[in-house]
Ligand binder design. Structure first.
Ligand SMILES: Cc1cc2nc3c(=O)[nH]c(=O)nc-3n(C[C@H](O)[C@H](O)[C@H](O)COP(=O)(O)O)c2cc1C
Length: 512
């Protein structure tokens, strides 16, 4: 593996760290009136409106994992799936401003991820490559006619780095990757509801860029580029998907007419991390009989009403059953996400427990594999107790402590990290996977994003709420945990609590 690529990744990670006395390089000033457009469209591409109905509205959250007959691949069900993973879920209004929210959270609500659909004889959609236009819930036909002999339906994803970089500067690449993880988890849940079994394909980024047309430099002259990320097969037995489109249409819209800054390090780390998603490895499911939430809320409702809390009440105590249910979801076999993301777990939550019924406030670890348990024990502070707390869950108390203020300080002084019931810190196996394949830098962030998504949906289903926290002081977290080198690194925080809603903000429907 090229040492230069590994060095680029490690250097990027180091320079994009926030510290108490130095935030990663970002814009000195922000012109809020000139922020990039939230939606990209492809002018000149034929639009196909998708049906807006949710065809799986009756399935309950507790019935989500039950095996079910796959629904037919048609525009009704594809439209339903897209709404439940990447569609708009609401418009918000406050003091003359209006903004939309989507089924998955996104750093700064900036939504760098673009969704593509490839159809090849697999549905009642003319064969071709389509861009999903979230604003109108429509498909824009970007390419058609290919010699690849395959049948199926695939979802492809690309990132527009500038959407995040505009606000967050150099750290933005990390946010794009965490968002990608949320999107993949959202796809897993939505697909499970339709009885579909999505498969993440081990396709090299260059081939994917060719298929999605993100490598067609001439088409992107004068507009923001897109970075191909990953492809997921929804349907079809073959791994081959059309890569050699003969006809192309459409011109991507410009998102930001006056970019004030440039962050070349983002394109450098993007290039260094191109590659193939990790191979499947046999991971045994964790046998956890986590208690299911009593009220049988509809799963589609949970997904459509999911929101990130902007503040927590600072006092509600999370019931044990909810706590266990969230943790069980993070373990292999505990969520539909792990049917699609089938490689060995490499990201492990450390919990700062503030208010959970029957759990002494303190620092806890949830190693998601046996080997990680041993490795984390060696990497963390020697004084940590590692006392097993539960017969089923691999949950260990490291130290009893009131850690609210620490959680807030470590999370860039954000109150949400202190006011909730738990603050999660996602610790990734780092140096070894990246040395073996620099593309792992993306995949570790995807895994962390998936963990965040599971936390958020499980919390939402139980009447609680989560919020991703991309802003944290990396090395201050390492200091607290005793991590002395880059064998492990923290890559995401997540807070969960009882949300306080802001009554001044009004909510309007997504599409109706
Ligand atoms: C990767 C990531 C990082 C985030 N970081 C923060 C953060 O540091 N602080 C915060 O208050 N919210 C954070 N959020 C939450 C977003 O602001 C929120 O998802 C976005 O405003 C959209 O709102 P919604 O989740 O309700 O749809 C983050 C979300 C993601 C996915």
């Amino acid at each position: 593996m090229s040492d230069a690529r590994v060095a680029t990744v490690l250097a990027y990670h180091a320079r994009s760290k926030h510290a108490r006395d130095r935030y990663a390089a970002g814009p000195g000033t922000l012109d809020w009136d000139a922020q990039p457009k939230a939606f990209r469209d492809w002018s000149g591409a034929t639009q196909l409106a998708l049906p807006r109905g949710i065809t799986v509205a009756e399935i309950t959250w507790s019935g989500l994992a039950a095996p079910r007959e796959p629904l037919p691949f048609n525009t009704q069900n594809i439209g339903s799936l897209l709404r439940l993973c990447v569609g708009l879920t609401a418009w918000k209004e406050y003091a003359g401003s209006r903004w939309s929210l989507r089924a998955h959270p996104s750093s700064g609500n900036l939504h760098p991820t673009e969704t593509w659909l490839i159809s090849a004889g697999g549905a009642d959609i003319e064969d071709g490559l389509y861009h999903y236009q979230n604003l109108d819930h429509a498909l824009e036909r970007r390419a058609w006619q290919s010699d690849t002999r395959s049948t199926g339906v695939w979802l492809g994803f690309s990132s527009i780095h500038w959407r995040e970089a505009w606000k967050y500067g150099e750290r933005a690449f990390r946010y794009c990757q965490l968002d990608m993880g949320h999107v993949l988890a959202a796809v897993s849940y939505a697909a499970a509801l339709h009885g579909w079994q999505p498969r993440l394909l081990a396709t090299d980024s260059a081939l994917l860029a060719h298929s999605l047309g993100t490598d067609r430099a001439d088409d992107f002259v004068g507009v923001e580029s897109e970075e191909a990320e990953v492809i997921v097969a929804l349907h079809g037995t073959e791994n081959a998907f059309p890569m050699d489109w003969k006809n192309w249409a459409g011109k991507p819209s410009l998102l930001d007419a006056k970019p004030l800054y440039q962050w070349p390090v983002i394109e450098e780390v993007a290039a260094a991390t191109r590659g193939t998603p990790p191979a499947t490895s046999p991971v045994s499911a964790h046998p956890i009989a986590a208690e299911v939430c009593s009220d049988d809320i509809h799963a589609a409702q949970v997904i459509l009403k999911r929101r990130s809390a902007q503040a927590f009440d600072g006092q509600s105590v999370m019931p044990q059953a909810v706590f266990k249910r969230i943790l069980a979801g993070l373990l292999p076999g505990g969520s539909p996400v792990w049917n699609m993301w089938t490689c060995a777990p490499r990201v492990h939550p450390v919990l700062l427990v503030h208010r959970v019924e029957g759990v002494v406030p303190g620092v806890y670890a949830l190693p998601r594999s046996e080997s990680a348990h041993t490795l984390l024990q060696t990497a963390f502070r020697e004084t940590f107790a590692w006392e097993r707390m539960d017969a089923e869950l691999p949950l260990y108390q490291l130290i009893a402590a009131r850690a609210g203020k620490t959680a807030r300080t470590l999370s860039c002084h954000q109150d949400i990290a202190m006011q909730g019931a738990i603050t999660f810190m996602m610790v990734a196996e780092f140096a070894a996977p990246i040395a073996a394949a620099p593309a792992a830098y993306r995949h570790l962030h995807w895994e962390a994003g998936m963990l965040g998504h599971i936390i958020t949906l499980e919390a939402e289903a139980a009447g609680w709420r989560g919020t991703g926290i991309g802003c944290f002081f990396d090395d201050a977290v390492h200091e607290v945990l005793g991590i002395k080198n880059d064998m492990f690194q923290v890559i995401y925080h997540y807070a969960v609590g009882m949300a306080l809603d802001d009554p001044r903000i009004s909510t309007l429907p997504a599409y109706e």
